[in-house]
Every structure is written in C-alpha cells, then in structure tokens.
Design a protein around this ligand. Sequence first.
Ligand SMILES: Nc1ncnc2c1ncn2[C@@H]1O[C@H](COP(=O)(O)OP(=O)(O)OP(=O)(O)O)[C@@H](O)[C@H]1O
Length: 549
Amino acid sequence: MAVWPHALLALRDTLSSQQYQMWIAPLTIGNENNTWTVYAKNNFVFGFVKSHFWQHIEASVAALTQDSPGLQLKIGQGESVAIASAPLMTTAPIATPQPQKTSPKTPAKVNAKAATDDLFADDLLPDDVIDGPMPTPAPTSGRGMSAKDIIQRNLERPRKPRANEVSGSTSLSNAGIILPTQAPIVTPSAPSIIKSASDHMPAIGSHAEQTRLNSSYTFETLVQGKGNRMAYAGAQTIAENPGSSMYNPYFIYGSTGYGKTHLIQAIGNRIYQRNPRAKIRYIHAETYVRDIMKAFRSSSFDEFKKHYHSLDLLLIDDVQFISGKDRTMEEFFYLFNHLLDGKKQVVMTCDTLPANIKNMDDRLKSRFSWGLTVELEPPELEMRVAILQKKAEMANVQMQEKAAFFIAQHIRSNVRELEGAFKRVAAHSLFQHKPIDIALATEALQDILVEAQRQLTVEHIMKTVADFYQLKIADLVGKKRSRPIARPRQMAMALAKDLTQQSLPSIGNVFGGRDHTTVMHAHKTIHDLKHGDAKLAQDYDYLSAMLQK
Ligand SMILES: Nc1ncnc2c1ncn2[C@@H]1O[C@H](COP(=O)(O)OP(=O)(O)OP(=O)(O)O)[C@@H](O)[C@H]1O
C-alpha cells in the first residue's frame, strides 16, 4: 500500500516515540483477498494495537487516501515497510472545505477524533472541553497539508469528556506483559504531576531526603536490551505522562538482580527532574510495613496517612513483602484506591505476577493488574556486555571488548552478580595499572570461573552457542534444517560431547529428543569440517576455550 510509509510517518509524529517504537514500527503489511492487511506478530500485539491504536491507524490512512481505508488487522507476518522520509502532500478534498466532509459523521474525521480522544484524553485540560460538533476546517487553501498536519489538526480538537468512562477490559497475555483486566475510571482532569519547566520551583530539602530516591538510578545509567526493552519503554512513557490510566498502576516483576529497583527509581528521578515539586516517594515494601507499625505505636498514624495520600507518585519496591500482613494490606488498599482515583501514578515491583503473590489480599491482586504488567527477563549476552562496558565507562576503567564478552559469557545469572564481577576486575585493573583484558579477568575471577566449569551443562553449551551465532535456543532444539541453524546445532552437539560427561542419548534428549546417532553424526561432521574450514575451526576453538575458562 503506497500510503503506508506516509501513514507510519504521520503516526510517528503524532504518537509518543515509545508508543510508535513499541507498537507501530513492528507492524507489517500485506494484501489479503484485495484487502490491505496490517499484521501484528502475535495475539498480544494484535489485542493491544486493536484496542489502543487501531482507530488512530485507520484515521491516519484515511487522512492520506481521502477515503475509507478498508484496512484489516490480523495476526501474521507481512512485508516490513520502511517509514517515509517526508510527508505526503495531500490535495483537494481535505484542502477545500466540503460540507459533507466536515460533518461530524464523516468516517475518517470521526475515526481520527475518536482515536485521538482516547489516546490523548489525559493531555487535555478541563478548559479545553467544548460542547457540540467539531468545528468546520478553516477555508484555507489547505493544499499541501501533510497527513501529520491533518491528524495534528484533529488532535487539537478537544473532546467532550465522558464522565465515569471505563475503558479497555480485555485480558491478554504474552511475552510477560499483561493488559488491564479492569481499567480504573477515567476522570477528565489534567495530569497533575508534569508541569512546564517554568513551573519548576526549587525543591525544599534534599532530593534524596524527600523522595528516598537514589539519584544514580536513572534511565541514562540503565542499559537497554532484550530483557528489559518493554519494561524500559513503559517506564519512559510513564515518566513522560504519569497518571495515565493505561499504565496505572505499572507493575514490574522479575527475579532478583534484574534491575527492578533501578528501573522504578529511574521513573522517579525523571519525574523529579521535570518537576521538583512533584511529591514522590520511593519505598521498599518492608520499610512501608515497618513505618506503618511505627506510626501506630507513636500515635502518628494520621500524619503518616496524610503524607502518603498526598503523593503524586508512589514507587513501591518488592510489594510481595506486604502479603500476609493484614493491617498493612488494608492500609495499602485505601492508599492505592486514593492515589488511583486522584490519577496519581503508582509503580510497583514484585518477584512474581500479581496473581501468584501468596497470601496477598484478592482485592489488591486484582487491582495490581489494572494497568500494565511487565516482566523483566534475564539479560542476554549482548546486554550483559553492554552493561559491563557502561560500568567501565562510568568507573573510567579501560576494558577490552573481548574481556567484556568473556566476563559476560561466564556471569549469566543476573546483573547484580555481573556488577560484583566487574568490581573485582576493575579493582585488579586499578591495582595493577593495567587495562582489563581476558588474562586479567581470568585471574580476578578465578574462583567464579572454576565454579562455572564445574557446572558445565549441555544447556549452558547450548545457550553459549546460541548467543554466539545470534540464534535462539528454540532454533537449536527445533526441527529447521537450513544451514544457518543446522550447523550451529551440530557445533553445540559436538561441544556437548567433547566437554561434558553426558551420554550421547542424554545429549540428544536435550536437543529436542534427537536420536544418539544424530549427535554422533554432528560430532563427526564438525570435526571433519574443521580440517578444511578455517572459520568453523576458529569458532570451535573459541567456543571451547570460552566454555572451559
Ligand atoms: N540494565 C541495567 N543496566 C545497568 N545496570 C543495571 C541494569 N540492571 C540492573 N543493573 C544494576 O544491577 C544492580 C541490581 O539491580 P536492582 O537492585 O535494580 O535489581 P532488582 O531486580 O531490584 O533486585 P532485587 O529483586 O534483589 O531487589 C543495581 O546496581 C543496578 O544498577
């Protein structure tokens, strides 16, 4: 569809960059039975795009085609189309005011309005609210208006608020993201946290004192990768537009050391940076429990409650710690409702999904899923390397890329351990006045490496080989026999046979239940090829060395 690249451009310019990057850019396009079809790659993306962006997409295409777009959204894979580099200049009907086109019933305009109303409702101030139909476009030449201008013009038309409006009730899940199961009531009030820079007044007391935020936990110091991409994008969106019902509460879950605390504090630091008068409070759930008890004992509970109820942003870490504590859960229930009713942002971290928190009040569990729930996944190899490089840059220590790769290969469990390993090698480097290379890292991390070698498993070999060839473990286990996948699979099998004590049948078993003869054949193929294929021999030696160090 010729206008699609231009529709992308218009969408990019009218949505936030996170919304565009996260949801629109990955869509693909095709033609099914003479109907232009936009493809979402899975059920989750389909549901989210359909409920949040579809009207906007249709409006963007309609604005470019001057017609009903006749588009459909489906799950599948079409063609990836690049975004246009310049806006498409539209002519006629939009340009010349036509009564029938400007009627509020005109499909494209109605779509555009409805879509933008829904997406940007939170941006409208009460003063923007008007009654009656949309105004007729000014009789300007209008010629040369870009699709972006048209959408922007529609955006500028405020909506009539719908009191007690309830939105988005689908529950979809995939890739660790859970959509709202029940959305809170949207009231047409202005977002209260972010103000213009001119509203900023100097903070009273120190930043840390007021907010309990660690000022070094920022977006700038947080490395992005596959493991945290969604959570990072969601966090940035919240920092730009806190209190929006779509992301309130924001619930981040994942294992220890994956960066949950860093991420929620980054939200707090960014909001504070934009408005130092915003009332922000970061608190670990254990401290919250203790503070409640203390407040009760010292008869200062009303003051305690007043403070929390006056917040613009509450960041509560490891919320699972309040479970089983009836009084705290009850108090938190009131606080949560109060903040959400007032469109104040609540961000939580947890070690598991809301539904899986043991001994947590059911009313709280269900409320935790009202907004957006996102999982932090373990950092993949590239991300671990990037984190090490970032830490080295911040500590002003020189580290060879190969050394970063080497350390990242061995420290796989979580970022906290990676940080610990980095501190050790950095200390050795400073002490010896040498940059960090593989030799220095080997020396500094000797005990950890010995442990890693002891624990060499077929699964680890598989993961290392998959990372090295930029494949997924699923590829190595799967049935595809194309060379870019089959050869790394054979490499992993050969290394498993050479470097572990596992029997051929048990290795075959890990590789998707393959027969022992397949493992034998893979082993022979790799060792035969090594003689004539220098690149393959080099890969084998490198991987073997990495796995044994
Ligand atoms: N993506 C990242 N980029 C840079 N540093 C990171 C990243 N993720 C985590 N870290 C660092 O790793 C350390 C551990 O992270 P953090 O405390 O946020 O983990 P956590 O998930 O909250 O762990 P826990 O559940 O045990 O509290 C922190 O020092 C943090 O700055």
